[in-house]
Design a protein around this ligand. Structure first.
Ligand SMILES: [Mn+2]
Length: 304
């Protein structure tokens, strides 16, 4: 190692190279929050989560995986744009390219509309269709036809994935649900989306059983963590806080319930940095680490 490598920090980039070890995680930030309807600021979240990541323990005691012994490739952030179509195109192209390398990818939002691009790649090829399950932690259903004059936004992305991209609603498992219009609830039921509403999700043992059954029906699982799925008492700095949510511990236990599943891509979205005293970023960083550790447990990543 040269002195330059030893003494110069590329903070907040969190790349970490363990000699001779192939990367077990790739990180891509998406600094986009232009359709946020209430509290903007998630465009600053990728770097905020990186900073928090540098200050948490990354040995996962419960999984027995040490990220200190893993090579992490932090690829930086997607170039900034205010145009949602352009952002979605960049996210889809980058994710589509990286996923071929069979290294788990963490996408750090940004707002929830980015999932339209990053999950959308699994709907592109006919053979892959319906083999990827979408597990979403979120207070909101995001099933509106349009919101604030926009058809594609962080409040409509799931509806648009279903209507424009042909996502089968049966391939969606939604956890922590508690904030949706009566039309959205009706539509979710009619389409057959699997829902563990927040008040039901507190029974983690029962919910985990259902989640595992869902995961077993799919070849792989995309995990989308909208931080507002958790209660604002624990995770206050989100774009649209909604009370009576899950605890961080409950979300963690649901993620652990996916042990054994292939997780090629996951995202963490909606951290509104201007409202954060560091608590929300710390929870996001911890979930980043634990989900990455879980994804790395799959030894047959070649099959992804
Ligand atoms: Mn939400």
């Amino acid at each position: 190692m040269s002195y330059t490598e030893l003494y110069i920090s590329s903070d907040p980039n969190i790349s970490f190279n363990v000699k001779g070890k192939k990367a077990s995680l790739r990180i891509v930030g998406v600094p986009f929050d232009y359709t946020s309807c209430f509290r903007p600021g998630s465009r600053f979240a990728p770097n905020s989560i990186r900073t928090a990541f540098q200050n948490i323990e990354i040995f996962s005691h419960r999984l027995g995986v040490d990220m200190e012994n893993s090579t992490i490739e932090d690829l930086g952030n997607i170039r900034q744009t205010a145009n949602i179509e352009q952002m979605i195109e960049s996210v889809a192209k980058v994710t589509g390219e990286l996923v071929n390398d069979k290294i788990p990818i963490a996408i750090l939002g940004g707002e929830h509309s980015i999932t339209y691009g990053s999950f959308g790649i699994f709907l592109d090829s006919k053979s892959a269709k319906n083999s990827t399950g979408l597990v979403i932690f979120d207070a909101h259903l995001d099933l509106r036809k349009e919101f604030s004059g926009l058809e594609l936004s962080h409040a409509t992305f799931l509806r648009q994935l279903i209507e424009r991209r042909g996502l089968n609603a049966l391939d969606v498992f939604h956890i922590g649900t508690r904030a949706a219009s009566s039309e959205e609830w009706k539509l979710a039921k009619q389409l057959g989306i699997n829902i563990l509403a927040a008040h039901q999700a507190h029974d983690v043992a029962r919910g985990s059983e259902q989640l595992r059954e869902f995961a077993e029906k799919h070849e792989q699982i995309y995990v989308s963590i909208d931080l507002d799925g958790m209660d604002p008492a624990f995770v206050p700095a989100v774009g649209t806080p909604e009370p009576f949510g899950l605890t961080p511990e409950e979300v963690l236990n649901y993620i652990y319930a996916l042990r054994g599943a292939k997780i090629p891509v996951f995202d963490i979205v909606e951290l509104a940095v201007p409202y954060d005293n560091g608590t929300t970023a710390a929870v996001a960083a911890k979930l980043l680490n634990e989900t990455a550790c879980l994804a790395s447990l799959r030894e047959d990543r070649k099959a992804l």
